[in-house]
Design a protein around this ligand. Structure first.
Ligand code: FPP
Length: 244
């Protein structure tokens, strides 16, 4: 397998932190802390596998329903991750983007996010998108609202709206859509992640809890992706040849 075969953009639903901890008789928050280590391993391994963008699901709009202590832990882990890794991400020419709603986040978290985005804004080797306080439906609704506001203000025309224009209003507008979406822990759901963007993504479900994830798992997911044929609604290449 050669890095040029793609996928260029990989998105990951990092699932199974809680079960990983439970298996060991540890509190769920331990699983999330180990999850940060797995994230660091994965970010470090991705460029060598030909990946140029990685989007990870760090906190969903539904995660607010978890116990307050767990919500606080997940919030503080974003901060810990940025604070421990930002200098290195800057050095390694990684651009950081945090997608999702800023409203509802505490000011110190928003400050960390703004700092990470500002310091890496001109980096170009690799894009790390962290979905945080993110929900796919919320993102589509927010995009629709933004477009409607432009129409109200006379800056856009409803008749001009097509898929390409709509996409520019999503929080993922800066990146191409994911080629490959991975979910760990054996669960096989999309759970409100990148709903618009997943239209033609290959889905790979891996039977490993996120805290145990590492370069070898990412490599295996990419190998599975490369073994598939992407058709984007067209016919299989064999059928096209057979049809002459
Ligand atoms: C799912 O496991 C994981 C999450 C809800 C959060 C993922 C967060 C991290 C990996 C921490 C790092 C995050 C950032 C933003 C740096 P789960 O708790 O649903 O596990 P379970 O399904 O086994 O209960």
């Amino acid at each position: 397998m050669t890095p040029t075969d793609g996928p260029l953009h990989v998105a990951i639903i990092m699932d199974g932190n809680g079960r990983w901890a439970k298996q060991r008789g540890l509190p769920r928050t331990f699983g999330h802390r180990e999850g940060v280590k797995a994230l660091k391993r994965t970010v470090a391994a991705a460029p060598d596998l030909g990946v140029t963008a990685l989007t990870v699901f760090g906190f969903s709009t539904e995660n607010w329903r978890r116990p307050m202590a767990e919500v606080s832990e997940l919030m503080s882990l974003l901060k810990v991750y940025v604070e421990s890794d930002l200098d290195r991400l800057v050095r390694e020419n990684v651009r950081v983007r945090v997608i999702g709603r800023r409203t509802g986040l505490k000011p110190d978290i928003v400050e960390v996010i703004d700092r990470a985005e500002a310091r890496t804004a001109h980096n170009s080797r690799f894009l790390l998108q962290v979905a945080f306080n993110y929900g796919g439906r919320a993102d589509i609704a927010d995009a629709a609202r933004r477009f409607a506001e432009e129409v109200e203000q006379g800056r856009a025309k409803a008749a001009d709206l097509d898929e390409a224009l709509f996409e520019q209003h999503l929080s993922t507008a800066d990146a191409p859509p994911p080629d490959l979406i991975v979910r760990t822990s054996g669960e096989q759901r999309i759970s409100n992640f990148l709903l618009w963007e997943c239209a033609y993504a290959e889905l790979v479900f891996q039977d490993v809890y996120w805290p145990d994830y590492g370069p070898e798992h990412l490599k295996a997911a990419i190998a599975e992706y490369r073994a598939r044929e992407r058709r984007y609604g067209g016919a299989a290449s064999d059928d096209v040849l057979a049809a002459g």
